[in-house]
Design a protein around this ligand. Sequence first.
Ligand code: NAD
Ligand code: TYD
Length: 357
Amino acid sequence: MSNSVLITGGAGFIGSNFVHHWCSKYDTRVVVLDILGYAGNESSLADLKDQDGFQLVKGDICDRELVTSLLAKEEISTVIHFAAESHVDRSILGPAAFVQTNVVGTFTLLEAFRQHWQNQGKPEDYRFLHVSTDEVYGSLEADDPAFTETTPYAPNSPYSASKAGSDHLARAYFHTYGMPTLITNCSNNYGPYQFPEKLIPLMCLNILLGKPLPVYGDGQNVRDWLHVSDHCSAIDTVLHKANPGDVYNIGGNNQVKNLDIVHQLCDLMSELAAGSSVNLPTSPRDLITFVTDRPGHDRRYAMDISKIEKDLGWTPAYNFETGLRQTVEWYLSNRDWWQPLLSAEYKGYYENLYGDR
Ligand code: NAD
Ligand code: TYD
C-alpha cells in the first residue's frame, strides 16, 4: 500500500519548515496543497521543486472536489493540516476569511478524508493530524498555572475562535466516526520563513529598514516561544507515537515579555550588523514606539508540556538565545526571500495594520 502524505499549508511558515524536516528524513511521497495566498510562498520550497516524490498543488482546502480527488489519486494515508489564516491582527480586521478557511476548510478536509478512509476499509495506519494553537485556551494572568490539555477552551480573538472550532471538529470526527485524528496545540513559533507581519520577523525587517518598531500596549504581554524546528520534531513525534484521538500541548518552556524580545532583537541586530557589511539606518532601540493596544489582547500564554514529555519523550532542543540569533542571521542573509514581500503587492498586508484603526 502507498503511504503518501498530504501537507496542507506547506508553503507557509511552519508548513514549509515541516516539509523540509520531512523530506530530509523520510522518502515517502509528499503532496503539498496550498492556496499560495499572501503567506504561502513557493520560494520557501524552491529547493524541493524538482525532487522526485514531491509535488506542490495550488488549491483551496475548501474545494471539496479537489481535495477528494487528491486523496484518491495520490493514495494519501496521512494528512498533516497546517493550512489556515494565522494572524490575529488580520482576524480582527476581517474575521470572515478565518471562519471560511479555518472552520469550513478544516471541515471540508475532515469530510473528504473520512470518505477516503472509509472507501479504503478504514486502514489502521491512516492519520489526520490537525495543527492548532495554545490561543484556543484564552489568556492567563501572571500567576496562573500553564495551560494543560484539559484546560477549558476560552478563545478571545476571531483567529483563536476559528481554530477552536476546527479543533472541536477534529475531536468530534474521532469520537463519532472513529476516524484517527490527532490534535497538537502549540505555542508561538519563531524561525526562518516566517512572514514579516508577526512580531519577530517584523521587528527584524523594520530595524533593517529604519522603520518604527510598534510595541502594542505596555509591551508586557507574555508568549511561550518555541523554535519552529522543535515544533516540527514534536509533530513528527506525535504522528508516529501517539494514539488516535490523542491531544498534545507543545511549547518551549520559554515565557518572554514582548518588550524584552524587542530589546534582544535590537541588540542582536546591532551586534551582527557591526561585524558585517550591513548598515543600520538608525540605532535600533531608538525606533521602539509604543502604539495602541490590540483589541482583546491576550495577556499571557504558557504551555504545560509534561504530557508530551512523559508519554512520548519529546522535549524542545533549542535554547532561545541561540535560536533567536540563528533566526536574525537567517533574515540578514536571506534578503532574496523577504525583499519581494515588501513590494507594492504586499503593502498594507504587513505594514501599519494598527496605524489607522
Ligand atoms: P502561515 O500563515 O505562515 O501559513 C499558512 C499557510 O496556509 C499559507 O501557506 C497559506 O497560503 C495557506 N492557506 C491559507 N488558506 C488556505 C486555503 N484556504 N487553502 C489552502 N491553503 C491555505 O501560518 P503558520 O504560522 O505557518 O501556521 C501554520 C499552522 O500552525 C496554522 O494552522 C496555525 O494556526 C498553527 N500554529 C501557528 C503558530 C505560530 O506561531 N505561527 C503556533 C501554533 C499553531
Ligand atoms: P504575533 O507575532 O502576532 O503572535 P500572536 O498574536 O499570535 O501571539 O504577536 C506576538 C506578540 O507581540 C503579541 O502579544 C502581539 C505583539 N506584537 C506587537 O507588540 N507588535 C507587533 O507589531 C506585532 C506584530 C505583535
